[in-house]
Every structure is written in C-alpha cells, then in structure tokens.
Design a protein around this ligand. Sequence first.
Ligand code: FES
Ligand code: FES
Length: 232
Amino acid sequence: MSKRKHDISRRQFLEGSGAVLVAATAGPKLSAQLSSSIQPETGGATREVPSTAIRLVVNGTEHRLEVEDRWTLAEVLRDHLGLTGTKIGCNRGECGACTVLLDGKPVYSCSNLAVWADGREVRTVEGLAHGDQLDPLQRAFVEHDGPQCGFCTSGQLMSARGLLTRNPHPTAREVRAAMTGNICRCSNYNRYVEAVLAASSTRDAKTSDRGAGRSTAPGRRGAKASARAGGA
Ligand code: FES
Ligand code: FES
C-alpha cells in the first residue's frame, strides 16, 4: 500500500515536471517569435521594432539583410547566416569568444550592433581556410594542441589572424598583448602563443586576405574600445 502511494506520488511528480519542461522548452520559441518586428507593449498595444536594411560582406560573400537595430553582429552571423563558428561566451564584451575581424580589425561581435557593420567586411573563422587548405594558424593550433575544449578557439584564431596580417613576425610579447582579450577557461595560453609564433615563422604567415585588410590587433582593451566605438 505504501509502495502504491509512493508510485502515484512519483507519477504525479513526473507529470508535473513534464508540464514544467514543456513550458521551459516552449519559452525560447515563444520569445523568438516575439522578437519579430511587432512587439506587444504593456496594456495590449503593439509597437514596431526598428529595423534597417544593411549590406555585409562576410568571408568575401555579399549579404543584403533586414536586421532589427538591436541585433548584435554575433546574432546575425550565427542565427541568420548560419556561421556558428563564432561563439558566444559571456555576451558582454569580456571573454573574446565572439571575436571576428571587421575590416581586418579584431572586434567583439557580441558588443557590436549589426547595423554598425553596414557596408563593411567581416571575416569569421569559417573564412580562414580555403577549401581543404587550412590557414597556417589553424595548422599551427592543431600541431601545438592549442584547442582543449575548443570553445575559445575561433576567437583566439581571429585575434591571431588580425595580428599576423598586420605584423607577420611578432615577438612572443606582441602575441600575448594581441591576445589578452581572449580568455581561455582551459588556460592553454602558452600553447596558443607557441602556435601563433610557429605560424609566424612560416612563409605564408600573413596568408591571403579574404575579408581581411586594414588590421590592428588591439588586445582586450583595444577590442573593448572598438566594441564601444562600433568597431570603427
Ligand atoms: S561573447 Fe564574450 S566577449 Fe563576446
Ligand atoms: S580551449 Fe577551452 S576555453 Fe580555451
């Protein structure tokens, strides 16, 4: 009898949990739908969310998009162009996982609005390799065991690419300075620095500049400043 009571109460618990789970999984969908151009206001009225037509050249390909003015560059790259190699870690300009090159300059894409990138060139980690031909940095990262969990790796690569394009033969100190804006929770910093130095010693260190051009590598403070200034 006491076992039956126990079973019923477990079933009831599971049914209750199921309802909560359904609500929890439906939540993101509901909020995604609400992020269209009409938003409810308190009191049942609706308001238009401002949106803008922009043109981006991403990894050499032109895209014309209608974006809500509040969308970040990271959101547009990941959710609208399917370029999920750009990672979102902190989503507030602290970790560097979302680093991309904007006109060749490393910026935090989570902290830049997509509208600020109108008419500009964006390069993401997907734009580093040419077909089967990896960028020298990607090869060096693999050879030097740079990626551990790998979550920070695309951001590390983009900061390093920005550096090598501007300065193909940096010192270890310059590499560290350029990558201070990229946090690695696996703490594999030394391997990343070794990999960048190894890539810099190859003949094609500067590599082809698909989507890259004028480049500076501002490091963490510089990248933050760029984010605040819209990457300008
Ligand atoms: S996700 Fe951390 S700086 Fe952008
Ligand atoms: S390799 Fe894991 S966070 Fe950097």
